[in-house]
Write a new protein. Sequence first.
Length: 445
Amino acid sequence: MTLPAPVSTLLSRLKESGFSAYVVGGCVRDALLGIAPHDWDICTSAIPEQMQEVFHDLHTVETGLKHGTLTVVVDHEPYEVTTFRVDGDYTDHRHPDSVCFVDNLTEDLARRDFTVNAMAWSPDTGLADPFNGQQDLADNLIRCVGEAEKRFDEDALRILRALRFASVYDFAIEPATSAALRKMAPDLSRVAGERIREELLKLLCGKAAGRILREYPEVLAEIVPEIRPMIGYDQQNHHHSYDLWEHTVRGIEGVPAEPILRLTMLLHDTGKIAARTTDEKGEGHYKGHQKYSEQIARKTAEALHLDNASRERLCNLVLHHDIPLRTESGAINTDRSFLLRRLNRFGEEDLRTLFLIHRSDRVATGYTTQEREDARLKERMAALDALLAEQPCFTLKDLAVNGRDLIAAGLKGKAVGEALQALLEAVMDGKVPNEKDALLSEIRK
Ligand code: ATP
Ligand code: MG
């Protein structure tokens, strides 16, 4: 294993002072998988005061001294160094009541969640792997360290972490671990939203997200309860070949692995069941479901403590996930004024995102083919590219006149804003060129 130079330095300085020290956890797992670790965590027999002494000449941040963690900054990069510890009792099923420092690596590894996360390595000792994590890595397995049910009872977040790692690495979940996490899933309701958020978004973006969502829908339903009735729900609509949950999972698989986009697809049809009406032929209709889905998206975003910008983007995408992308005549929107009005409403980025959502949502009905929808998407994107290359006017800012020009032309108060809006629409519809004289003479008319 090749360590980054600052990590080697930190390890050797601890060792020179008589302490043992290893890289541990996710970085060891990733390095063994041949993936570049995104951060390197260190564990050591030194207690925080001793670390502070060893690193007295370096910039350190007291991130979590109580839990034994000191952040040491080397070449502007932070590294977390944590004392070997065991966790006390978990009376709240969330965090240990206390932690206890120990001088033994194996005890520290035993408190970790999964065997693949419970390995440590140092240049002079090589790999420490008391729970056979390396074998589970080779077998593509997520397995609890110790007795699974007890470990999920201690900290219910581990339930979601198991699904997250299985999704990200496309691993199976070892049967006893899988049975225990299904049983303990209701405990997820006790876990803080912000802890859930991280794991859920990573799960949704994992390469095996679809498989995990199909295998463990009830676990997801502990986080988003509106999912439960979707499982196996027959939409009784001739445009849909799949049940509502299968449609949702296909929708997620069909969009790029971007957290808010994947979350949009998870939630986009959650409002359907509340919106359902049935016609005399027994066909299900879902008019207005987008509004219900948006409400559920807002509630979910709040429960997950999403930041405001992400929450608003999510709600906007959910609410508009199936806006018409064709003109009235039925032609695929290569129509200029249609596209300009869409750009005005959504902006370029969200409009392109809505195109992606639209393709995925349609393919996920089973009623059309991937090839057909890919071709349509390509056509839409190309039309947008060509239009944007002309630097067209689609916002008030782009208009060749502004409020002051209209006031100078004699307009007052509310009429100014209304006139600007009317001019913008006329320009987008190609009725007036975006030139100052033409716009002012339009006003005089
Ligand atoms: P990532 O690559 O996403 O950072 P990671 O395995 O490093 O994955 P972290 O959340 O950074 O995950 O945690 C670092 C290590 O701490 C884990 O590898 C694991 O050994 C341990 N750990 C983290 N969370 C828990 C938990 N809830 N219960 C037990 N051990 C945990
Ligand atoms: Mg990590």
